[in-house]
Design a protein around this ligand. Structure first.
Ligand code: SF4
Ligand SMILES: [Zn+2]
Ligand SMILES: [Zn+2]
Length: 311
């Protein structure tokens, strides 16, 4: 197959059968991202954006792209990374990110669970297992990471947090919440997250929302971003993994299933947001972040783990 625009060898074939060479694929990908940002108002002119980086290919590719797009306003962009303390995994990933930011002169703010909460994720998981606390690793990881990113985005004066979530991630989250019967969580999804406006919340935006995992991977490879396949050791305990495999199997027999799921969901999203936006939030009495209860979910996890810490 050759490129539709220049007849060079195609590196990518779209769902509609369009072939693109590396140069035209990059243009296609970047145009799609810029269109998403503009159409959904993800980043307004003059806004300060903090890119949440994991050291993985998606968030690094996003950082690289936004860094180039905002070349005239570099003071408005920086990266943030959270070291949860997952031995042999996050330390490896973050090394690559630190190197990437150093090479490109991108400011990077890093925080760790250990210094912020007094325990690593590995320690929290061990404590939870030994004491039958029944808190899943991904729950601890996700809740504490999001809380730290929100806290520091606010303290550092950023108005948006950009994440590398793509169409595959969104399709998985939509299906997971459908199957769990979680309409209020569904209402928080979309290219811009959140339903309740609160000055304590820094809105999260997803510029790769309409890009597939495959497109992200090709883009990362073509822009020289290292793509590794190191998996988190807690990945196997993740329900998302089963949903991901299910959707991939389905998409290989019925191409476009993931696009269909996300696009149809977007038609219902305004109704969901309207239904759930009236619920007001208070603020956590421990950390001050917006919370539905007196103590936020992050502080509740910390309260459960801390009594078991030694020393
Ligand atoms: S798989 Fe779970 S524990 Fe591992 S990084 Fe992802 S959310 Fe955290
Ligand atoms: Zn071409
Ligand atoms: Zn709290």
């Amino acid at each position: 197959m050759v490129c539709e625009d220049c007849e060079k060898k195609a590196v990518y074939i779209s769902l509609s059968g369009r072939g693109l060479c590396s140069k035209h694929f990059k243009k296609y990908f970047e145009t799609k991202v810029i269109r998403t940002i503009k159409k959904h108002g993800l980043i307004e002119y003059g806004e300060r954006v903090l890119v949440a980086c994991s050291g993985g290919k998606d968030s690094t590719a996003l950082l690289s792209l936004l860094w180039r797009l905002m070349r005239n306003k570099r003071e408005n962009i920086a990266a943030i990374a959270i070291d949860e303390g997952i031995s042999g995994y996050r330390d490896v990933k973050l090394k690559g990110l630190v190197e990437f930011c150093r090479e490109n002169n991108i400011p990077l703010h890093t925080y760790s669970f250990k210094e912020q909460y007094g325990f690593t994720l590995d320690e929290a998981v061990k404590i939870s297992r030994e004491n039958r606390l029944k808190i899943k690793p991904c729950y601890i990881c996700g809740v504490l990471r999001r809380s730290l990113i929100n806290t520091y985005a606010r303290r550092l004066g950023f108005s948006k947090v950009a994440t590398g979530h793509n169409l595959d991630d969104e399709a998985q989250t939509i299906l997971m919440n459908y199957l769990r019967g979680n309409p209020s969580l569904l209402a928080r999804l979309g290219p811009k997250t959140g339903i309740v406006e609160d000055e304590g919340f820094v809105q999260r935006v997803k510029p790769f929302y309409f890009c597939t995992e495959k497109e992200d991977t090709i883009y990362a490879l073509l822009t020289g971003i290292e793509v590794d396949f190191v998996e988190c050791p807690y990945h196997v305990e993740n329900y998302r993994l089963e949903i991901r495999d299910f959707l991939n199997r389905l998409d290989s027999t019925v191409p476009g299933v993931k696009h269909g799921l996300v696009n149809n969901f977007l038609k219902m999203l305004p109704l969901l947001k309207r239904e759930y936006s009236s619920r007001s939030l208070g603020h956590c009495r421990v950390c001050g972040n917006p919370a539905a209860r007196e103590v936020c979910r992050a502080c509740m996890i910390v309260e459960k783990i801390k009594p078991f810490l030694r020393g």
